[in-house]
Design a protein around this ligand. Sequence first.
Ligand code: DX5
Ligand code: ZN
Length: 224
Amino acid sequence: MTNQKILIAPSILAADFSKLDIEIKKIELAGADFVHLDVMDGQFVPPITFGDCVVAAVSRLTTLALDVHLMINNPERQIEAFAKAGADNITIHIENNPNPQTLIQAIHNLGKKAGISLNPATPVAAISEIIPLVDTVLVMSVNPGWSGQKFISSVEEKIVQVRQIIETCPQRPLLEVDGGINEQTAQRALSLGADILVAGSFIFKATDYAAQIKKLKCPPSPSL
Ligand code: DX5
Ligand code: ZN
């Protein structure tokens, strides 16, 4: 993996929502490449987080691209609202989408980038035909729903498999790894082919966001 550009997407799920404007400004100044927004509906996953109003508010607070991760049922009802709210990349899950191609096309028709995500228990085969159609592939390395969980190491094999498929795709979608990212797991994910690291608690639960982002961008060398 030479000339690998490492991109960092802080997940605001772990941010202090009582001062979101300050939190967003801090990650912007700290060198973040995207803002990752976890939308949950209490159906696809137990928690409810926020919807398009908050995405629109974040869009007014930053020039960073907004990476919107939809953990919701019936996302087709919401795509347009999130596009209008300022989402740049809209990621849907494979597990609750019988017609992902149609939805990806709808996202592209709205002028937005489209992503596909899969849960730790979902095999890569479930998205192999979708990968050539998308701009991002988001591999969940925790079960979706909460920040602060431990990286599930069995997904490492899936990161490798997704990377292999990506290498055959002319549009070369970016590979995101989301959940349990810290210095060590970042190094693992990057060595296996991740382009974008989504990190919530590793950044927002620390005091120096720039130092945390730097650690993810320059992870320690693998131990011998
Ligand atoms: C979980 C979300 C993640 C989460 C990551 O459902 O998709 O983006 O916020 O949080 P950490 O980095 O704390 O595991
Ligand atoms: Zn996420």
